[in-house]
Ligand binder design. Sequence first.
Ligand SMILES: CC(=O)SCCNC(=O)CCNC(=O)[C@H](O)C(C)(C)COP(=O)(O)OP(=O)(O)OC[C@H]1O[C@@H](n2cnc3c(N)ncnc32)[C@H](O)[C@@H]1OP(=O)(O)O
Ligand SMILES: CC(=O)C(=O)O
Length: 547
Amino acid sequence: MASDSTIDTPDADRVYLFDTTLRDGQQTRGVDFTVADKAAIARALDQLGIDYIEGGWPGANPTDDRFFAEPPKMENARIVAFGMTRRPGRSAENDPGLAGILDARVPAVCLVGKTWDFHVDVALEIERDENVAMVRDSIARAVTVGREAMFDCEHFFDGFKANPDYALECAEAAYKSGARWVVLCDTNGGTLPHEIEAIVATVAARVPGTHLGIHCHNDTGNAVANSLAAIRAGARQVQGTINGLGERCGNADMMAIIPNLVVKMGMTTNVGADKLTQLTSVSRMLDERLNRSSDPHRAYVGAAAFAHKGGLHVSAVQKDPKTYEHVEPGIVGNQRHILVSDQAGRSNILARFAEIGVEIDPKHPKIQRLVDEVKEKEFLGYSYDSAEASFELLARRLIQGVPEFFTIERWRVMDERRFNARGDLVIESEATATLTVGGTAHHEVAVGNGPVNALDTAIRKALTPKFPAIQTMRLIDYKVRILPPARDGDGTDATTRVMIESEDETGTTWRTVGVSPNIIDASIAALSDAITWKLLRAGAAVPKTDA
Ligand SMILES: CC(=O)SCCNC(=O)CCNC(=O)[C@H](O)C(C)(C)COP(=O)(O)OP(=O)(O)OC[C@H]1O[C@@H](n2cnc3c(N)ncnc32)[C@H](O)[C@@H]1OP(=O)(O)O
Ligand SMILES: CC(=O)C(=O)O
């Protein structure tokens, strides 16, 4: 029977959330958390309302040792130490690996063990009864030392298909030894939702669903569906990771599991409607920590999850968002976006005007001209759906005009590769730029670590004295794409598209685009839009004279 020091089970629809970002997520290719990362992620999960946070494997590496030596204080969650059952031929009391896990200063442990006879024969190379004894002894030991004990049934579904009696014997051994949760793992991730549902329902006849958990991998793209299928069959603990991090193709994505459980299936979790709004920021926080771009297409929390591009969609969304949205974006802390591109109609343009605060008669003849111009420019290589600041300038120029804060009259760059007097290799660019500001020409020279950096510096030198607002803006992303010529007969010259993302001191970010056969010219066009947009937002005035 389950140990006493456990989280209780108040109602049959309550599903316990178990996050393994810090353990299985750490097994993701390219992911290497620091102790500080782990503590910060644990705190965010705690605030979100996750019940269990698997922190790692004490004894497996110095990072996890440090984390468990001083686990972060939690308000709601229980930190769980992960590890494996005792080694064959040792007693649970005398197994250094198991002792390392049980010594961790946390209230719960999750021990993994074999439940597929093939693994016992081939990977462990031991008698099957000895494997069952390892499960039994290790869980009993965890309970004896006062831990809430959980057992991860590794390869449970493959094991059940091969030898159901043996898989069940292992699961039952854990339960009868006091495991609060017996977690059925689709370790190789090859099981499909209908199989999961049928197998979990069978197991629930032997181990009550209120003590069953599910841990799915995404090797068939079904990890979330499989997790939900297990809950339908009665399991009441679900394991997953933020953004589906995890070994190989990843684990089930907690960012999708939680809203599906709460909003679609009506289950009770510790993440109620009030906390569900944190999901998008938790998802983005993880990507920030990992220093990688967030996947815009991630269900519920991606930047494109509620972005509408097709003209037919936007026209209907304007009338009622339910026409093309399965839930209201705000419930998970996300936002609706209306994109403008060559897929746009008048509705997209009008929606964007409303967003940027431009009042316009929907029948204004210039709206159709703007739609046509966007389509023509996209054909030539521009991309406005992710360069909303350039679109805003294009639209404002056509409809109401934009002040000519400055004009870039001329520029020139020289690149140099040389060895300096100390014999160090130096690669440097020198740029000159001539700009007109308030009717006066300014000529500036600057050096940089590349041609765009040098020109950016020269342009800012000319503009900053007149427009201090640009002092705090900085370039945070720069992307180049080489496109084929738009029209037959344009020669073999490719077109270059540059997308720039800028940020200012308030944390506001904006994106601009430039297109030209020349990469530097395209960069300057995107940069010029970025500066102009910032000046417009800052309410800057065009200097009348250069006095
Ligand atoms: C399905 C999962 O994701 S389980 C989690 C997997 N995660 C990890 O492995 C990450 C952390 N692991 C590690 O740092 C290391 O593997 C350690 C420290 C745990 C062990 O390292 P080592 O002692 O060098 O063993 P190694 O990793 O080479 O092999 C694992 C050993 O454990 C045995 N083993 C595997 N599962 C179990 C189990 N459930 N119970 C007992 N022994 C087991 C294997 O048979 C093998 O034994 P052997 O050394 O006699 O061949
Ligand atoms: C325990 C675990 O991570 C698995 O079986 O996939």
